[in-house]
Design a protein around this ligand. Structure first.
Ligand SMILES: C[S@@+](CC[C@H](N)C(=O)[O-])C[C@H]1O[C@@H](n2cnc3c(N)ncnc32)[C@H](O)[C@@H]1O
Length: 213
């Protein structure tokens, strides 16, 4: 799977990348109640411009991305000095208040997450095969303190219309099942089905409950 993502980035097959800030982030983030200054974890971040929006809204950002290529593109397309350092297995690239960690999200350890108080997942959960999604939800819970807020943008399809991914179809019931053990889960909205793919986005607010189960 890792090889497949690296190939996609090398070959420029990144149809998931949006050239603009996601409207659901702009619409819903302000209502979550995340205090300015809170560091936001963005798992499987790609080179999402949503990270710049969060940074502009007073949130230091910590993105984690497997493909170093994505991180290089992000900083090349941005402005400002870039500093680089190493933290364990991760090569880190910082531009302004966005730091991007190159490596596997599942290797990111809770000790490295000390200052994180919120998260933003757009197209992270839906990038993972079914068997890995449970691990993702648990790993995310481990990294966050109780009370941490998050916004999740998932994708689903009409029943019977599921195809293999990524992107994977993650039905609303699965989002609830995956996160309910450790998060309070609130459905915020559904997008319109896309004409070509039949996918529709669903947007969720999550609050980390404690202790871990
Ligand atoms: C569907 S894309 C979404 C990227 C970004 N969230 C966005 O909205 O544009 C999924 C990204 O996750 C990265 N990825 C996949 N598995 C990963 C892992 N285990 N750790 C870190 N990044 C991963 C891929 O390289 C890819 O850039």
């Amino acid at each position: 799977m890792a090889r497949e993502w690296l190939d996609r980035w090398r070959e420029g097959r990144i149809g998931f990348h949006r050239p603009e800030t996601h409207p659901a982030l702009m619409r819903h983030w302000p209502g979550l109640g995340v205090r300015p200054g809170t560091k936001v974890l963005v798992p499987l971040c790609g080179k999402s411009l949503d990270m710049r929006w969060l940074a502009r809204h007073d949130h230091p950002v910590l993105g984690i991305e497997l493909a170093a290529e994505a991180i290089e593109q992000f900083v090349a397309e941005g402005t400002g000095d870039v500093s680089r350092y190493q933290q364990g297995a991760f090569a880190i690239c910082r531009q302004g208040s966005v730091e991007l960690w190159a490596g596997d999200f599942f290797h990111f350890h809770v000790d490295q997450a000390a200052e994180i108080g919120a998260f933003y997942d757009r197209a992270a959960l839906i990038a993972l095969p079914p068997a890995t999604r449970q691990r993702y939800a648990f790993h995310l819970a481990q990294l966050l303190l109780p009370g941490s807020h998050g916004l999740l943008i998932s994708l689903s399809r009409a029943p019977g219309d599921e195809a293999s991914g990524p992107p994977y179809h993650v039905p609303p019931e699965e989002v609830r099942e995956l996160f309910a053990p450790n998060f309070q889960v609130t459905h915020l909205e559904d997008g319109e089905p896309e004409a070509q793919s039949g996918f529709r986005e669903s947007v969720w607010a999550l609050v980390r409950r404690g202790p871990l189960t």
